[in-house]
Design a protein around this ligand. Structure first.
Ligand code: NAD
Length: 467
């Protein structure tokens, strides 16, 4: 292992160089509430300098042959390998995740798409060119995965990219971009961590051409407004309120652990977590009892402890919001099938909780909770459950659980969601596209066309009949 990558010191990276700031801040380990490392708070000048450096670097990077760009990016990926343990530990500290697998992506096998259409005596050649300066704005729930998932296709396509980490989980994104400086020319990939002003500085900046954003629907709207003024390209990966539809033919004991995982993995702080569980009335009680038995075996605690399945909430803001849902359930008399009590703990811990059949218009059903408190609702007719599942402005994911694949397909095709998981929770694959319907987003990430959202299209119209 190369000894010079410190996991104790963190900087912004501007024009290939580490940069501090007069003002610094830190986050806390959500399991212990102990302070983590100091990091610079980027200024407007830092944002401006990063955009200038990216624009300068773009002049050469866009002309660097595609294969050469890919080789440099692969070298960056290889250089991450010796540090996987450190990245894993870093994510556990900053995010609280108990089971942390760090992944490096298969995106590097993609090619820049080109196609020809011959019509009569004309040849139409379709090609794609990079848009320029891309800003990658990240949420806090996947602090390493999101920067990589955005930066890699952006850079492959020939753009320069500025990663803006979440102020709640800045560390692993900053470190992985620092490591990239060993391979990439200055300004090609930069990272900024800052306060609430940094995102708007970047999205309003006239030098930025594309914003790839992951976060809440509320912030996504603001990003779209800022982008509209400058006609910047956008990809928005936003919130979800995923329904899980459980049909009466399932083996309740078999699916219970997976269903619990769907709802409570990463303490429910997953955009595609099951956030409303619709269970057929014939198996309503046995299904919930099986889930209770499955969750009973799970340990809630610090991600660093052995055998922990459910870590802390990532930050105090989200903890308070979700704690409010526990309190609202109590006040309104909604019964918990299991969980439901807020324990007095030092860290930001909340127990997995199922609320039994709250009103369909309650906050818990209508809004994304992003925490481990999930409503269960009985259903009897397929038509009615599809209507309930679609009765939200969100459309990110959904799941259908049944042994009958014809029925699964029939239900899935009627759900207004970008991804429908059949007998499963989401298992991310970079080989397939991911994106939301309705208020859950615009555009897509990943899949065989992952480079296209970072490109302009150009058509060359050839007339072979020279005069
Ligand atoms: P958030 O919207 O508060 O913040 C996301 C990022 O946007 C942060 O980096 C933040 O600093 C920045 N930001 C906030 N306001 C901004 C503005 N006006 N202009 C520019 N940048 C701004 O979201 P969060 O709390 O970090 O993340 C949780 C949300 O993200 C949930 O709703 C979750 O469902 C969603 N999410 C979606 C996906 C997906 O792929 N669809 C993945 C993960 C998380």
């Amino acid at each position: 292992m190369t000894p010079d990558l410190s996991f104790e010191k963190f900087h912004n990276i501007v024009a290939g160089k580490p940069r501090g700031s007069e003002k610094t801040s830190h986050t806390v380990d959500p399991a212990t509430l102990e302070n983590l490392w100091e990091i610079p708070v980027a200024t407007e000048r830092d944002a401006d300098n990063a955009v200038t450096a990216a624009k300068d670097a773009f002049k050469t990077w866009k002309k660097t042959p595609f294969e050469e760009r890919v080789e440099l990016l692969k070298a960056w990926g290889e250089a991450c390998r010796p540090y996987l343990k450190q990245f894993g530990e870093l994510i556990m500290k900053e995010n609280g995740k108990p089971v942390c697998s760090v992944f490096l992506v298969c995106t590097v096998s993609l090619k820049m798409p080109e196609e020809d259409h011959i019509v009569n005596d004309r040849n139409y050649h379709v090609r794609y060119t990079p848009v320029g300066v891309v800003v990658a704005i990240c949420a806090w729930n996947f602090p390493l995965g999101q920067p990589i998932m955005k930066a890699l296709p952006a850079l492959m396509a020939g753009n320069c990219c500025i990663v803006k980490t979440s102020p709640f989980t800045p560390y692993s994104g900053m470190k992985v971009v620092e490591l990239a400086q060993r391979f990439l020319p200055p300004g090609v990939l930069q990272v900024l961590s800052g306060d609430d002003r940094l995102g708007p500085w970047l999205t309003h900046h006239p030098g930025v051409d594309k914003i790839s954003f992951t976060g809440s629907t509320k912030s996504g709207r603001k990003v779209a407004e800022a982008a509209a003024r400058g006609l910047k390209r956008i990809t928005l990966e936003l919130g979800g309120n995923d329904p899980a539809i459980i049909c009466p033919d399932v083996d309740v004991d078999k699916i219970a652990p997976d269903l619990c995982f769907a709802a409570f993995w990463n303490t429910g702080q997953v955009c595609t977590a099951a956030k409303r569980i619709y269970i057929h009335q014939d198996i309503y009680t046995p299904m919930l009892d099986a889930m209770a038995r499955a969750v009973h075996k799970w340990k809630v605690g610090a991600g660093t402890e052995d055998g922990v399945m459910v870590g802390p909430m990532q930050n105090e803001m989200q903890y308070k919001k979700v704690r409010g849902l526990f309190e609202e359930a109590k006040q309104k008399g909604y019964a918990a099938w299991f969980g439901g009590e807020v324990r007095d703990t030092k860290g930001l811990f909340l127990d997995p909780t199922i609320i039994n059949n709250p009103p369909p218009n309650s906050t818990l059903v209508m809004e994304e909770q992003f925490g481990p408190i999930v409503p269960a609702l009985p259903w009897s007719s397929e038509e009615e459950v599809i209507q309930s599942a679609n009765n939200t402005s969100m459309g990110l994911g959904a799941s259908v659980w049944t042994k009958d694949f014809t029925r699964a397909r029939r239900i899935a095709e009627q759900l207004e969601a970008g991804s429908v998981y059949i007998n499963s929770y989401e298992k991310v694959s970079f080989r397939v596209p991911f994106g939301g319907h309705k208020d859950s987003g615009i555009g897509f990430e990943c899949g065989p066309n992952a480079l296209i959202p970072f490109c302009n299209m150009q058509v060359l119209h050839y007339n072979f009949k020279t005069q």
